[in-house]
Write a protein that binds this ligand. Structure first.
Ligand code: UDP
Ligand code: MG
Length: 312
């Protein structure tokens, strides 16, 4: 490890005109104490406010600040991937732009990295003020993911983390399109540690993560890193078969014992419904996987850059 390692901060920004100057100041006051060189890379993810103007201003004055301007909104994970690709530091810290990932936590992450850990996750201790749906949703989600994934994805961590450049080299080689970076990082299997912190509320502006975008991220996590959907199909198939046979048995016994008469259509209708549901479920699951294969075989770029600034 070099004596004064270089640090990269990678920050996707979608409509963050108000937060960028605040974050910039906090990073400056953090890095003032360091002899190390550093870079602060913003990725403008097709913002429709003054984000890009603010970035131009700051990067004109300070060469630490670099930006990648994407041609449109590609989403948080793609934007982050773009930044990670061009990060040149020995340690690379990814974080949100809205100061929900407090720069002050970074010092502790750096310390753990210097101790020889390759991945340091910042772990949230609270879910203050997040909507009820987000809270419950993330609880259930992490419980299920924990049960069904082949690799262990740490709980209550987002994309606020420090990774060694060794880890980053692996991530940058992964070509999959539906990206679930925290899963990909965990998949590399490098030595990891946690830093616990309290997550404050978003500083300025509004969350760019609509429920739709959040649901998509969650689904990417499930489908890319687990066999859960396949097991649901298997489970439903089993349940519908057992209930089908159960009903049949019941009918046979009832007819033999009491001589009751059941119109066959009554049972057929019920069984038909169960099986139809099962088939639809399977179609949906197969469709999801085919969609992902289609996405990857097209080999389209993950994002399109329209401009880069202050990079060598
Ligand atoms: N973001 C992005 N593209 C998007 C949505 C969000 O680059 O389409 C960025 C955003 O600027 C922020 C980070 O992703 O830096 C997290 O987004 P946000 O704070 O809106 O999510 P939340 O904290 O509400 O989950
Ligand atoms: Mg936020």
């Amino acid at each position: 490890m070099p004596e004064n390692p270089k640090y990269s901060f990678v920050v996707p920004a979608y409509n963050e005109e108000k937060n960028i100057p605040l974050l910039y100041k906090r990073i400056i006051s953090l890095m003032d104490h360091h002899k190390s060189s550093w870079e602060l890379i913003f990725i403008n993810d097709g913002s429709i406010d003054k984000t890009i103007q603010i970035l131009q201003e700051i990067s004109d004055k300070d060469k630490h600040v670099k930006y990648i301007d994407l041609s449109r909104n590609f989403g948080h994970q793609a934007a982050l991937s773009a930044g990670l690709k061009y990060a040149g530091g020995e340690a690379v810290i990814s974080m949100d732009c809205d100061l929900q990932d407090p720069p002050e936590v970074i010092q502790q992450m750096i310390d753990k990295w210097l101790e020889g850990n390759h991945i340091i996750y910042a772990r949230r201790q609270n879910f203050r003020k997040d909507s009820f749906l987000k809270k419950i949703g993330s609880k259930i989600y992490y419980r299920l993911m924990g049960k069904f994934t082949r690799i262990e994805i740490p709980k209550n961590v987002g994309d606020f983390r420090l990774v060694d450049k060794k880890v980053l080299a692996e991530i940058n080689q992964m070509t999959e399109h539906s990206r679930y970076l925290r899963g990909m990082v965990a998949w590399t299997g490098f030595k990891h540690e946690f830093v616990d912190y309290h997550r404050p509320d978003r500083q300025k502006g509004e969350s760019g993560y609509t429920l739709g975008k959040l649901a998509k991220l969650g689904m990417d996590g499930v489908f890319n890193f687990s066999m859960l959907p396949l097991r649901i199909g298997f489970l439903l198939g089993l349940i519908s078969m057992i209930s089908g046979f159960g009903l049949l048995l019941y009918q046979i016994i009832d007819v033999i014992m009491t001589g009751a008469y059941y119109h066959l259509y009554k049972w057929l209708v019920v069984i038909l419904f169960i099986f139809m549901g099962f088939m639809f479920m399977l179609f949906w699951i197969i469709g999801e996987y085919i969609g992902k294969i289609y996405d990857d075989v097209r080999q389209r770029p993950l994002y399109v850059i329209s401009e880069m600034k202050n990079f060598e």
